[in-house]
Ligand binder design. Structure first.
Ligand code: ADP
Ligand code: MG
Length: 289
């Protein structure tokens, strides 16, 4: 360590060149030793500065830069571009991981022709994410197998790509976690965590009904997000049947009022995509993977 320091920043007492105004003389080291020490020091600095991509790439890029007679600035620019790109990828990956999507489903694998009731232009517009900045909601309603979960994940992924903090829950698991949190630590920490999420996806509302407490907790989460954060809710029930989930006309009406006030509603009417695909498979065995 001490030796390395001496090679790059000689102390004034041992280096007359430091005091003189004449051009700097080469350090009294053999070129090879000098290179090795600089190399180690550079790697250690890059590690300390947390620039792993530059650390991994600088040698290869230096060779390329020498071959193609790049300027120092071009070389540095190339290196920093790689670091910036790697950081953006890492940030996106960790945002997607935190969202906890159950599977990976994207818009490029969504067949819009399968369900003409879904307006493709509208979905593509939502994928740009402005609805989340505007704190509005999305509701996807329809029969099982019509692609609600697929679309909700695809829109969630699109949101992650726009830098939006997103989290996916099934309604049942969200209610379970809220009830657990209330019992163990009190509700506040969990509500605070949920409040930091810009887009909360609640899938499969309506498959299971909740206890009175569960319904109230879910209502509280939905109500707190009103005009402050976005919700994407999917349900196999039409709004007129939501009384079954929330037990009671008053709570249902109050919730729907808030949820649908600023809301993009899609009705996915049609045959189950899953069912259609399995029928095709039965008619044409081996035609699909
Ligand atoms: P839902 O949530 O409405 O029950 P899913 O989103 O789980 O339906 O869809 C069931 C399966 O069918 C999933 O594998 C999904 O990827 C696929 N799927 C549904 N609709 C489409 C579609 N329009 N294009 C491509 N795949 C679809
Ligand atoms: Mg689903």
């Amino acid at each position: 360590m001490t030796t390395r320091k001496k090679t790059t920043s000689p102390s004034p007492s041992t280096s007359p060149a430091a005091k003189s105004t004449s051009p700097a003389k080469p350090l009294p080291l053999t070129p090879a030793a000098n290179n090795d020490a600089d190399h180690l020091l550079l790697k250690s600095n890059l590690k300390q500065l947390r620039l792993p991509t530059i650390k991994a790439e600088f040698e290869q890029l230096a060779r390329e830069a020498a071959q193609s007679s790049q300027t120092f600035e071009q070389y540095l620019l190339r290196l920093t571009e790689l670091e910036v790109a790697a950081r953006a990828t890492n940030t996106l990956n960790s945002r997607i991981k935190q969202a906890q999507f159950p599977v990976h489903k994207d818009l490029d694998t969504y067949d819009f022709s399968a369900l003409p009731s879904v307006n493709k232009q509208k979905v593509l517009e939502l994928a740009r994410g402005d609805w989340i900045t505007q704190h509005t909601n999305v509701c996807l309603l329809g029969q099982p197998g019509t692609g609600k979960t697929h679309l909700s994940i695809a829109l969630g992924l699109a949101a992650c790509r726009e830098g939006v903090r997103t989290k996916f829950f099934t309604a049942a698991s969200l209610v379970n976690q809220l009830e657990e949190a209330q019992k163990k630590f009190g509700l506040d920490p969990m509500l605070k965590r949920l409040d930091r999420i810009d887009l909360l996806i609640v899938d499969e509302l309506g498959y299971l009904s909740f206890s009175r407490t569960g319904a109230e907790l879910l209502f509280q989460v939905f109500a707190e997000r009103y005009e402050r954060r976005s919700l994407l809710v999917t349900s196999n029930l039409s709004f007129s049947d939501w009384g079954q989930i929330f037990q009671g006309e008053r709570m249902t009406a109050a919730l729907l009022d808030r949820l649908t006030h600023h809301c993009h509603i899609f009705e996915l009417n049609g045959e189950s995509y899953r069912f259609k695909e399995s029928m095709k498979e039965k008619q044409n065995p081996g035609s699909q993977s």
